[in-house]
Design a protein around this ligand. Structure first.
Ligand code: NAP
Length: 295
């Protein structure tokens, strides 16, 4: 068996077409602000990709670059300014922040309606309540979008999520178990006794662990669906740049799975597309609310 490739770029392109139509119907131009602190090269690449996506879709973007010496208080003040700007609909703080900063406390300051990353406790709490009409973290939301795009039946299926971070694994588990998706979900983590055994019982595996190629072919039930969230940089002398990107799933899993998302070109493009989707949704929600309070 060779798995069908779950093409995140094609799924993202489809979503973008739908978003373009919604943006045309918006009474105001969606506007996203991205705050980046410090000079981590990978973070700058991620921010550039997000800004390029905005440009492609007609979303206005404001790029706020702060030096690594910036204080927590200065970033907090920047967030307050953006919260108070009625012409700005989404705020994203690019992770990671320099080590002297407390990312969680800064996320708490973002107006939940502008929290397009979906990391504010109010937005995460809404997922627990099954209220999925607001800001949902982009990566797990992108995985759900991909599964639905590929017509994967999740109801009653056993799903194993590897990883329990709030931004990926735990949110992913809640989304898979939510009404409408209806999977039966197991979350595994570094203290799980036998991760391989758990994976072997799964119809759907979502690997969000950050360990290159950890999920091996003999961990996967024949015909299972495997989503690889991992993005890991590994040394590779066969590559002219000396490194390559690897997922959390071994490439040979394609000989066992029925559907497999590649790295790169799988979940990555969907994460950016869902950020655009959250920005459009934030604009629609804020515009409707402002219209109601004015009228
Ligand atoms: P994270 O916060 O480091 O969480 C990793 C999780 O994996 C933790 O829950 C950890 O368990 C678990 N884990 C570690 N070693 C394990 C093992 N040997 N067996 C089972 N579980 C283990 O990472 P993250 O932010 O969730 O990201 C996970 C991966 O996804 C990374 O490769 C990251 O780069 C990638 N990512 C990709 C995208 C995208 O757009 N494609 C977006 C976000 C993240 P404990 O909780 O017990 O420590």
């Amino acid at each position: 068996m060779t798995a069908v490739r779950l093409d995140g770029k094609a799924c993202a392109a489809d979503l973008e077409e739908r978003l373009k139509k919604r943006i045309l119907n918006c009474k105001v131009q969606p506007h996203l602000a991205v705050i980046i602190v410090g000079d981590d090269p990978a973070s700058h690449v991620y921010v550039r990709n997000k800004i390029k996506s905005c440009e492609r879709l007609g979303i206005k973007s404001t790029h706020i670059e702060l030096s690594s010496e910036t204080t927590q208080e200065e970033v907090a003040q920047e967030i307050q300014k953006l919260n108070n700007n009625p012409n700005l609909h989404g705020i994203l703080i690019q992770s990671p922040l320099p080590s002297h900063m407390d990312e969680g406390s800064l996320t708490d300051l973002i107006d939940p309606e502008k929290d397009v990353d979906g990391f504010h406790p109010i937005n995460l709490g809404r997922i627990v309540q099954g209220r999925l009409d607001g800001m949902i973290p982009c990566t797990p939301a992108g995985v759900m979008e991909m599964l639905r795009w590929a017509n994967v039946e999740m109801s009653g299926k056993k799903a194993v999520v590897i990883g329990r971070s709030f931004n990926v694994g735990m949110s992913q588990a809640l989304l898979l178990a939510s009404r409408g998706a209806d999977a039966t979900v197991t979350v595994v983590h570094s203290r799980t006794k036998d991760v391989k055994e758990e994976c072997l019982s799964a119809d759907i595996i979502v690997a969000a662990v950050g360990r290159p190629e950890m999920v091996k072919p003999d961990w996967v039930k024949p015909g299972a669906i495997v989503i690889d969230v991992g993005i890991n940089r590994v040394d590779d002398s066969n590559h002219e740049r000396g490194w390559r990107l690897a997922g959390d799933v071994h490439p040979d899993v394609e000989h066992v799975a029925s559907l497999l998302s590649p790295v790169p070109g799988g979940v990555g493009p969907m994460t950016v597309a869902m950020l655009m989707s959250n920005t459009v949704l934030a604009t629609e929600i804020q515009h409707k609310k402002n219209g109601e309070s004015n009228g």
